[in-house]
Write a protein that binds this ligand. Structure first.
Ligand code: ADP
Ligand code: MG
Length: 705
């Protein structure tokens, strides 16, 4: 037997090539550590049988049950083949097991208790496992507890259990990631003991307590990373950009056609103070759709321009960048017409920079950026590419943060000679715990209130499966709005190729249908992400100018598109969208003087959970409530998003949705540790875990770019 393997040793060194390969294939495990952190899903007390009533068809399950009867049947030529039927019970329900050509199964003794694993199927209305795996309770009898691991048809729970046992016997130098003080304060056992309790349990409660330790550890390492980042940001210096009396900001405010809401004023004051400080601002501004984040951001940009710096506004799509550029230019009017006829005294310049711009326009923008002529540069991630330089970058505003990774933000921020201030805006409300994890290095401000006089949006679910006439009524409503001089959106979930098997229609198909059918005679336009940039821009301009009545589009219009004359939105196959996404989408209507109408068309039946989600969207316009519901209904991966952060792959036990108190406690503990020992010199194992997490985040970032 091998001895003295460290956790980073290859798994094959501990358990041999064959088993290691099977585990790698099934779960992607490579090292001893990977296996040790494959935690049991639950624990069975020996003697306590698995409730069979809970089994769901299609699930891979591992159950402990008692044999009730066993019988062999012969079949095939000469009766050479056997089928064994074993019925097991938990004393309330039964499960039938079918084994082929393992005649000895048919001789299992009634009363015998064993572990059975397989995929639940059904036959003649009875749940069954076909060709299940079987394991005797054996030496677990003495220990009294059986760990049940996430398993597959190829790698059973007990195969994992044995492999883990082998690793526990040989592993040395398990790193104690939790500093002693944290461990004692929370009453967690040392790491080696915790692994024993988790994988070779004698006591179910102790096993779960040990899992809680590892769950806390996951949160703690992340929070330590974030605490260090906050500290670094607080210590970093930035150019202070205090407001200037009589500058562009004052002149902009004086001509603003509306009064800022109380919420806008409050956030604006926070930002004004942040910018005036000699440390970089790192602020997340969450605000409901239509709560007026852009004005707040623009005011911040003007403050920086007034102080002699430049500001960048980073948008997630070209459509949105172009729109921001247009609306900022028009809001500023002559204040943004530096060097042009009619430009105001002391005016600045607003430039657009996107990946697919023509060379000439791009060159002009680049020149204005590097010379400082452009006070404000609006763009997409093209702004992050090499060769884009600024004279004095003072502020980076990131719109709709959830589409940018932390590292992308860093790429821009690190470029500048001194760190710019950073304002991140998102309209997708983020539950507190997610914000604390994903954006934990940012201070948070929230805009809950909508500007007064904002028109309500009425949302209606239109189930068209058994009522095709209702769809006609939908198109009629669109025609009515257009007849009143209004405009509308039709949102589809896919661009090309309708699916033959479903009723989902693609953008191209639906567009063709509407054009000659229900919307015949209206001026239609279409927009999707794969159109060339100039076409996208042309369509958006035409729509904004009122030259297109109805825009048939994919979710490229989800964020930020602002055409106040649009009053109706039809979302086709609405069940294909997430709740927060639908909330975002409908925020595109009702932005002007008229109430908005959003029609969620679906073919799913009214009793389905998809339909329930639609009803929830229709029933509230509170984005925070919807995002909470949405997050509950989605998986962890969706919430964090692959583009979100490398943190995700480090999470085994921690749910950023369910474990709010763990995250809060870990944050407090991490703050204290980092404050006392910023470089983590006295916790080398923690320092290593932090470094590994930072490295995996960088790696994921590189993979994406
Ligand atoms: P979002 O937060 O969704 O980005 P916007 O900044 O696009 O919202 O604002 C939506 C609309 O509301 C814009 O047309 C903007 O000019 C307008 N708006 C912003 N603040 C106010 C306010 N205080 N009063 C009235 N209208 C406002
Ligand atoms: Mg916006």
């Amino acid at each position: 037997m091998t001895s003295g393997l460290t956790p980073s040793a290859r798994l094959s060194a501990a358990i041999g090539d064959t088993s290691a390969r099977a585990l790698e294939r099934a779960f992607g495990m490579r090292t001893v550590d990977d296996l040790l952190r494959h935690y049991p899903r639950r624990y069975l007390e020996v003697g306590a049988l698995t409730p069979l009533g809970d089994l769901v068809e299609g699930m891979h399950v591992t159950v402990m049950a008692r044999v009730k009867s066993a019988q062999n049947f012969r079949f095939g030529p000469g009766g050479r083949r056997t089928r064994s039927e074993v019925v097991v019970t938990d004393d309330t329900g039964e499960l039938s097991l079918t084994f082929f050509n393992q005649a000895w199964r048919g001789t299992m003794q009634p009363g015998q208790v064993g572990l059975f694993a397989g995929v639940v199927g059904s036959f003649r209305n009875r749940l069954q496992l076909t060709q299940p795996d079987y394991d005797a309770v054996g030496d677990r009898l003495a220990r009294g507890v059986v760990p049940i691991y996430p398993a597959t048809a190829k790698v059973s729970s007990w195969a994992i259990e044995r492999a883990v046992g082998t690793c526990l016997d040989v592993v040395v130098d398990l790193p104690e990631t939790l500093p002693e003080s944290v461990r004692t304060e929370h009453g967690f056992v040392p790491v080696a003991e915790a692994f024993e309790a988790v994988h070779r349990p004698h006591d179910v409660a102790a096993a779960y307590r040990a899992q809680a330790r590892f769950r806390f550890e996951e949160a703690f390492v992340i929070q330590t990373v974030l605490a260090q980042r906050r500290r670094a940001a607080a210590e970093a210096s930035a150019t202070a950009r205090p407001p200037r009396t009589g500058g562009l900001l004052d002149r902009f405010d004086a001509r603003l056609p509306f009064a800022l809401t109380a919420g806008q004023l409050e956030v604006a004051a926070q930002i004004e103070a942040d910018l005036a400080a000699p440390h970089p601002m790192h602020r997340l501004l969450q605000g409901e759709v239509g709560s007026g984040k852009t004005v707040v951001a623009l005011r911040a940009m003007l403050q920086v321009v007034d102080a002699g710096g430049q500001a960048v506004l980073l948008a997630p799509t070209e459509v949105l960048a172009a729109q921001h550029h247009r609306s900022i230019s028009s809001m500023l009017g002559d204040l943004a017409a530096s060097g042009l006829l009619g430009g105001a005294e002391g005016a600045t310049r607003v430039r657009l920079l996107t990946g697919s711009m023509g060379a000439k326009a791009r060159q002009a923008s680049l020149l204005d950026a590097v010379s400082g002529e452009a006070g404000i540069v609006v763009g997409t991630h093209a702004l992050l590419s090499d060769g884009v330089d600024f004279a004095d970058l003072g502020l980076v505003v990131v719109d709709e943060q959830h589409r940018f990774g932390v590292e992308q933000r860093a790429a821009l921020v690190d470029r500048a000679a001194t760190r710019p201030h950073v304002l991140v805006m998102t309209a997708t409300p983020i539950p507190r715990t997610v914000a604390m994890t994903v954006f934990g290095d940012l201070e948070t401000s929230v805009l809950r209130e909508l500007p007064a006089g904002r028109q309500p949006i009425q949302t209606t679910v239109v189930p068209v499966a058994d009522r095709p006439a209702w769809l006609d009524r939908v198109w009629q409503r669109v025609r009515e709005e257009v007849g009143r001089g209004r405009q509308g959106y039709v949102v589809v979930s896919r661009i090309g190729e309708s699916e033959a098997t479903t009723t989902t229609r693609s953008l191209t198909d639906l567009f063709a249908e509407l054009e000659v059918g229900p919307l015949l005679g209206l001026r239609l336009g279409f927009l999707h992400g794969r159109l060339p940039a100039d076409e996208k821009d042309a369509v958006m301009r035409a729509f904004a100018a009122g030259d297109v009545d109805v825009l048939v589009a994919t979710t490229v219009i989800e964020v930020g598109v602002d055409v106040p004359n649009a009053t109706v939105m039809v979302v086709m196959d609405a069940d294909r969208f997430g709740m927060s996404q639908l909330h975002q989408l409908r925020g595109r209507v009702g932005r002007g003087q008229e109430p908005g109408l959003c029609l969620l068309v679906t073919t799913t039946d009214a009793a389905s959970s998809a339909a329930e989600r639609l009803v929830a969207v229709a029933s509230t316009t509170d984005g925070f409530e919807l995002s909470r519901l949405d997050v509950e209904l989605r998986s962890e991966g969706d919430v964090l998003g692959t583009r979100q952060s490398g943190f995700r792959s480090s999470l085994r036990l921690l749910s950023v949705v369910r474990h709010e108190s763990v995250i809060t406690e870990a944050r407090t503990a991490a703050e204290a540790v980092v404050a006392a020992d910023p470089s983590l010199a006295s916790s080398p194992a923690l320092a290593a875990a932090v470094e590994a997490l930072e490295a995996s985040e960088r790696a994921e970032y590189l993979e994406r770019t």
